[in-house]
Design a protein around this ligand. Structure first.
Ligand code: URA
Length: 441
């Protein structure tokens, strides 16, 4: 077999066999296939796409390119969840304890933030003492004791994805639905849970800018998961507006705690209950409606909050910050962004708002950047709200005053204010299961 022939085959729009896909993934990880040939192949996939057979075969090859996590040391059904990434997305912090409070295990590996999106690991590490580098024994013990644990990726999981993602990033081949599906599902299958909930975000702060593309990606991923024997569902959620009010690591933990206490913004509450219900449903706890009631109950009876505090304590964190989020250290400086004119907020460019938060020190511009856990943004007015000239749009938090100028400019430019009210904002657009697509108006 020659890589040259596989590139030519894909360039000409033909489908590769499973054997050929295994050859190219294996050869690439072993260093036998050079980056320039893999780049050409990825670009051919970008233009020609892949069949369902090819996408499945490549996902399995990526999943098996490194360690496959064996979660059999954890009792009960394990449900995983993946978000395609967004701004203000603290959903994992909320729904993992909600689900655990109903007896379904969450043994989750999460990532750090990069670019305009945040990462769950950075958020958790803003809690003093919290460890995300548990070894396997500690990880299993934490899940068996508290029902949940969230750690960073360790060991040699999916090296093929790490290598291909880095290459796609510099060869303009990230935006390919089959390649994104392979990348996400390869990692999810290697992570070892029994069921997978996918939160596919759409809008100006997401990879998938349109609902239709988000549905196509979701369908592809659900099919891969189900074919691999994992119950898999996807929910298409709105990332055309930041989720909740807080952006930034410690600020997002504080908002997650508010939701766990039955308080907090309505959009975040609604999305959390729906996603937690989907996870419970996947785990066989009942109908979706029954699972929504179960999910709500964990917020009103305090059980989700106490599961979160138990996990924080078990992973070395100071759980008093969960009971008293006001203990989180504030930044030295605040800056208020005010409305330049009166009218309705008709659009928020969410990627730009994510960048505005990164400029305050809340996110990473490169993998090596050091983040400021206290930095970020608290939003006071969102899409659909009416504001008067001079009203507060958002408060920026930073420990260096000189960071405000660029960040505030970016934030203000990201907000569109017009005379006409915009149409109603969706929180959830659709649900994708093995049985089909259900759209919500
Ligand atoms: N997230 C991933 O993990 N992989 C992609 O290709 C895109 C988003």
């Amino acid at each position: 077999m020659r890589m040259y022939d596989l590139i030519a085959k894909k360039r000409d729009g033909k489908a590769l066999t499973t054997e050929e896909i295994n050859y190219l993934i294996d050869g690439y990880v072993k260093g036998e296939i050079p980056d320039y040939q893999m780049s050409a192949f990825l670009m051919a996939v970008y233009f020609q796409g892949m069949t369902k057979e090819e996408t499945h075969a490549m996902t399995m090859a990526v999943a098996h390119s490194g360690d496959m996590v064996d979660l059999s040391g954890i009792t009960g059904i394990k449900v995983d969840k993946h978000s395609t990434g967004g701004v203000g997305d603290k959903i994992t912090l909320i729904i993992a304890p909600m689900v655990a409070a109903q007896g379904v295990r969450v043994a989750k590996m999460s990532g750090r933030g990069l670019g305009h999106t945040g990462g769950t690991i950075d958020k958790l590490e803003s809690i003093p003492g919290f460890r995300t580098d548990l070894n396997q024994k500690e990880f299993f013990e934490t899940v068996n004791k508290t029902g949940l644990s969230v750690i960073g990726q360790s060991g040699n999981m999916t090296p093929a994805d790490k290598m291909m993602y880095a290459l796609r990033d510099v060869t303009a081949t990230v935006e390919s639905i089959p390649l994104i599906a392979v990348s996400i599902m390869g990692k999810k299958l290697a992570a070892g849970s029994d069921c997978i909930l996918l939160d596919v975000k759409t809008g100006s702060g997401a990879f998938m800018k349109s609902v239709d593309d988000a549905i196509l990606l979701a369908q592809e991923m659900v099919e891969i998961g189900e074919r691999a024997g994992k119950r898999t569902e996807a929910v298409i959620t709105n990332m055309d507006v930041p989720l909740g009010k807080n952006i930034g690591n410690a600020l997002e933990v504080q908002e997650a705690v508010a939701i766990l206490k039955g308080e907090g913004p309505k959009d975040l509450h609604q999305e959390s209950v729906n996603l937690a219900a989907s996870m419970l449903h996947l785990a066989g706890k009942g109908s979706l409606e029954e699972c929504k009631v179960m999910a709500e109950k964990t917020l009103t009876d305090g059980s989700a909050l106490s599961h979160f505090a138990d996990m924080v304590k078990a992973q070395g964190g100071d759980e008093t910050y969960i009971q008293h989020p006001e203990n989180f250290k504030d930044t030295a400086f605040h800056y208020e962004v005010k409305a330049q004119k009166s009218g309705y907020i008709t659009h928020m460019n969410t990627e730009e708002i994510g960048i505005s938060s990164t400029l305050l020190g809340a996110g990473r511009e490169t993998k090596e950047s050091i983040i400021d856990p206290a930095a970020g943004i608290v939003i006071e007015a969102k899409t659909g709200d009416m504001v008067k000239e001079g009203d507060l749009l958002a408060t920026l938090y930073a420990n260096k005053e000189e960071l405000f100028e660029a960040s505030a400019k970016r934030y203000a430019n990201a907000i569109e204010i017009k005379d006409e009210a915009p149409s109603k904002q969706h929180v959830i657009f659709a649900r994708v299961t093995r049985d089909g697509v259900e759209r919500f108006d």
